[in-house]
Design a protein around this ligand. Sequence first.
Ligand code: ADP
Length: 436
Amino acid sequence: MNPINFFKDLGFYTKQEENKKPLFLLGLFVVIAVANIVFVPGIITVVELLAFLFIFLTLLASYRNLLRASFQNKAKNLELESVIENVKDGVVVYDTNFRILDLNKATEEIFNISKEEVLGIQMQPGMTASPRLRTFVETIFPSLASAINTVSDAGWPKVVDLTFEDPHLEIRTSLNQIADQSGKVVAFLKIISNNTRENTILESKSEFLTVSAHQLRTPLTAINWTFESLKSSLLKSGEKIDPTITNLVDEGWGLAKRSLKIIEDLLSAAKIEEGKFGFNFVETDLMEFFKNIRQSAEVVAQEYGITVNLSGGGTYTVRIDPERLGMAVMNILDNAIKYNTKGGSVNILVEPEPTDRAFVRCSISDNGIGIPKENLPKIFQKFYRSENAQRVEPNGSGLGMYITKNIIESHGGAIHVESQIGRGTTFWFTLPIIQR
Ligand code: ADP
C-alpha cells in the first residue's frame, strides 16, 4: 500500500473515540525510544533505534489492521441495528428466562407498548392480567393465546399464527434460537408479522367472490335448464331442423354447463377454505359406487367420443360420502375425457393397494395430452391450469383437482398423479377399507 494512503487510513481509524487510548500508549513508546537515543548515544543506540523502528512499523501495520477490523465491526453492528429497527416486522430478542433483551419500533407499534415498559423485564405468564401487556405477553407465550394455529412442523423456526380480539390483531410469529460459539442456546429471536390488514382484505375479497358466485348460480342454472329443454324439444319435434340451429343450441348448452361447473367449483373451494365443506359418511360397496359413476360419465364420454372402462374384482366396503366422493371422481374422469385425444379411452381400475392391504387403490388412466413434468407438483394447487390444457379447453376453473384432493384426504386417503406428455395421465387415490 502507498505510505501516504497508509497514514491517511491510520489517521481515520485512530480518530474513532475508542481507539485513542492505544494510540496514546504507542506515542509513549516512541517518546521512550527518542529519550533513549538522546541520553544514551553510541552505536548500540543506533542499532537499538533501527530495531525500535522496525518493531514500531510492524506494530503500526498490525495496529492499523486491528483498527480497521474494529471499525468495520462497529459499522456492521450499526447497520444491523438500523435494519432491525426499521424493518416492517416486529423483532423481539429475549433470553432463556424470557427476559426481554431488545425489541424494535415495529413491535412497539404492533402491541402499542413502549420499549421502556418491557426492556430488561422477565416476562411471566401472570403478566397477561395487565390489559396493556396482554397481547405482547401472549405472543411471547403463544400457548396462552385463545386462537393459535401452528404452521410449522417440529424443528426451527417455530411458526405460529395468533389471533387476538379487542383490539383485533392477526399475527404470524417465527421463533428462532440464538446460540453462542459453543452451540449453547443463549437467547431467542421472534419475528412478528402483522397480517391483520391483509387478512381482512382477503376475507372481504373471498366474501365478495362467494356472494357473486351465489348470485350467478341462479340465472346460470336457469340458462342451463333452458338450453336443456330447447335441445329435448328439438329432438322431440321430429321436424327437420337447420343444423346451424342445432349446433348453436348444443354449443350454448355446453357453455352453460361449463360455466355452472366453474361457479359450483368456486363455491365448493370457498366452503373448503371456511371449513364448512361437510361430509355425510355411509358404508358403501366401492365397486357399486364406481358402476354408477361410470354410467354418469357416459354422457360426456359419448359427447367427446371416448370409451370408459371399469375393471378390477373383489368387494371393498368403504366409508364414504357418495355425493362428495362422486364429485371428486367425476372431476378426475371429466378431465380424463376432456384432455383426451379423439377416439381415446379412459380406464378405471379398482384393486387392493399393493403396499398396504388396509387400503384400496383406485386408478383412472387416460391416453390423452398429458401434463408437462415440471407442472405436476402444481396440479393440486388452486386455480392452476397448464398451458397445454388451456389450449384444448379454454374454459375451466383450475379448482377441480384442489377440491378432489381435499375430498380424498377427508376420506383418509391420498391422491397422486403421474403423466407423460403426449402419452397420457394416471391419477390414483387410496381409501381405507372397513376391516371385518
Ligand atoms: P380445470 O380442468 O378446470 O382446468 P382442474 O383442477 O380439474 O381444473 O385441473 C387442473 C389442471 O390439471 C388442468 O387445467 C390440466 O392442466 C391438468 N389436468 C388434470 N387432469 C388432466 C388430465 N387427465 N390430462 C391432462 N391434464 C390434466
